[in-house]
Design a protein around this ligand. Sequence first.
Ligand code: ZN
Length: 385
Amino acid sequence: MSKSYYEILGVHKDASAEAIKKAYRKQAMKHHPDRNQGDAAAEEKFKEAAEAYEVLSDLQKRQIYDAYGKEGLRNSGYSGPGNSEDIFSHINDLFGDLFGFGGGGRGRRRDPNGPVPGEDLRYDIKISFMEAVHGINRQVEITKKETCWTCEGSGARPGNKPETCPTCHGRGQVIRSQGFFQVSTTCPRCNGAGQVITDPCTDCHGEGLISRSKKVSIRIPAGVDTGSRMRLSGEGEGGRRGGPSGDLYVVIHVDEHEHFQRDGQTIYLRLPVSMVRAALGCEADVPTIHDTAKLKIPAGAQSGERFTLRGEGVPSLRGGSKGDMVVEVQVQTPTKLTKDQKELLREFEALDKEHEEEGFFARLFHGHLGKQKKKSEDQEKVANG
Ligand code: ZN
């Protein structure tokens, strides 16, 4: 059977808190890892002593341990002895003066018993492409912790006062050793409050905060884009002990559109134009993010050619001018032709051949064709000569 915590520290079962502290200090100094580098047995004893002290130095834990043993501690919700953060927190309680650190002041960020501001919250919202362009009002339901009004965020049952935290002795911070370094961290017992609640508020179970879901109206302005952030002041989690509420950050995610693309305030659209209309030029009706617009396409427009429609883009978030829309022409080659259309295109092709020599093929084959021409001219001369 393993040793009892009393045996580990070498004290009597009725030992006073002072005697337990003294005994632990002796054990901890003897087996401290810094003094016994690489000695596994010493490290084990050091941990054992810390575990024993953690329980025996806390009146509540000691009472549970005396009555029900280690099993009882585990069943009563203590995270269990041997938690390394606690081990070192006790060391520093004891050796703070000795090693020249601790004793409050350093690493403390705020009055541990003062107001605690609420946490900021982040809410990600997905909206459609058009909602981003035109803006929209959305009501969302957010579950968040709000100040408990029964205890006004103190966590203590009304009429009761919180008591000084036994782990950090009200400092709110504990100092943990990592090799040569001493790192100051928030006390795990009281979460930096410096106080623990012995008679908790029944509504919030001592937390000072209550989870509630709340409907929040969000007005999303025209022109937002993926990654746009909005801050709703005071809509975050509630504060404790009179601290202000945090803020709610809404992060926008915009869906893609089937046809429109967007880069900042500029809208891009690929517009299919029939081969004939592209060749002859036309005035096309172009769908825009606002409505439709007329676009003059000059005769001979090619696939990939771009035209700009001023002011048909996305409005600026700060108000004021709208961006532009860039239309890229895509010339469509017909795939289903009637007999008559085929006939007309053949006629067109025949007429087109007359221009061929000035065209692309003529230039490409110029050298080759030229030589052939010269040859036949020579032959002609011979024949005539
Ligand atoms: Zn409460």
